[in-house]
Design a protein around this ligand. Structure first.
Ligand code: ASP
Length: 321
């Protein structure tokens, strides 16, 4: 059995291409890294890699991680500036015995020393978006932190190996140096080939409070089906934070077990995710929660067309979001 599952529609092209690797007997690490890198390279995805939205000082600080479910080795980078593919740096770091989680200048210096490509990651479109948000925030009191998403991709290969990768520019207008859950093992991602893997997207400050991805994998280990593990973790975290913290941000997760069964859960209106397995061509699903359970259906052609138009719409256009 092979399979891939990812957060958000933006993973579709990457998954479509990378699933060929798995179909042909290739390794999950290769499939995951190439799928995440494809999302990083695409300029119209505004929360990952090139074209990602900047922090409050106008700099694109990128976070990424990779975990190998066979060895449990992981590598991660935080606040990485102007390196083309943070996921590749994270993957390389996962092979280091020590110093496998690097942030800021140290991460950048290490990436350059290893020959990773430098690239100016702030695009003209992201600058326009930044200026617009500066105005809106002053004029209308909008939250500066809306506008974020992480691509998190899980792969299972025919050899029974699993891996997971994440990549994000984090919260739009975040404070310089801020880290979310995405590069933090156990929160933004976790992977154990003997059990399964999970990855999260949403407000990192809240996802970290529940060590969300580890908790999902732990429940799968205890025998829960992936869907039950995902739903129970998201619902319980939401209830707990509402009761004890008084508020909760967006929480969405996807997971897959070693048999290739998958689950997705969310507390937002519409959470899109992508799945491809031996038995299922790459498909975008739209998930929504009713009561304590997440339900999902394949996205229809109209939704896909609206999405394609929305991400390319001129900034300021009513379609643009
Ligand atoms: N979890 C990411 C962060 O907090 C953002 C997101 O996935 O929406 O940096």
């Amino acid at each position: 059995m092979w399979g891939m599952i990812a957060t958000w529609r933006m993973a579709l092209e990457g998954i479509t291409h990378a699933s060929e690797t798995l179909k042909n007997g290739g390794r999950s690490a290769k499939a995951v890294v190439s799928a995440v890198a494809e999302v990083e390279d695409f300029p119209f995805y505004k929360s990952v890699g090139y074209g990602g939205l900047p922090s409050e000082n106008g700099e694109v600080e990128l976070d990424a991680a990779f975990m190998d479910g066979d060895s449990l080795a992981f590598g991660a980078v935080g606040n990485l500036v102007d390196i083309a593919n943070p996921i590749q740096v994270a993957h390389a770091l996962s092979r280091e015995r020590f110093n496998s989680f690097l942030v800021g200048t140290g991460a950048r210096e290490w990436a350059l020393s290893q020959g990773f490509a430098e690239k100016a990651m702030l695009t003209e479109r992201a600058i326009q978006h930044y200026r617009k948000r500066c105005h809106e925030t002053i004029d209308r009191g909008l939250s500066p932190y809306d506008g974020h998403d992480t691509v998190g991709i899980i792969g299972l290969d025919n050899h029974g190996s699993m891996s997971v990768g994440t990549s994000t520019s984090g919260l739009f207008m975040k404070r310089r140096g801020r880290l979310g859950d995405s590069p933090v093992v156990g929160s933004g991602f976790y992977c154990d080939s003997e059990i399964g893997a999970a990855t999260a997207t949403g407000v990192g400050e809240d996802l970290m409070k529940g060590c969300t991805s580890y908790e999902i994998v732990r429940r799968m280990e205890g025998g829960m089906a992936p869907q039950d593990a995902a739903d129970s973790v998201v619902c319980e975290l939401e209830d707990k934070l509402m009761a004890r913290f008084g508020r909760v941000g967006d929480l969405s997760v996807v997971c897959m077990n070693r048999q290739g069964e998958f689950g997705a859960a969310t507390n937002i209106q519409t959470f899109s995710f992508v799945v491809a397995t031996r038995d299922l061509p790459a498909t975008v699903y739209l998930a929504e929660r009713r009561a304590d359970r997440t339900y999902y259906t394949p996205a229809d052609d109209q939704w896909m067309a609206d999405y394609a138009a929305r991400i390319r719409a001129p900034i300021g256009d009513p379609q643009y979001d």
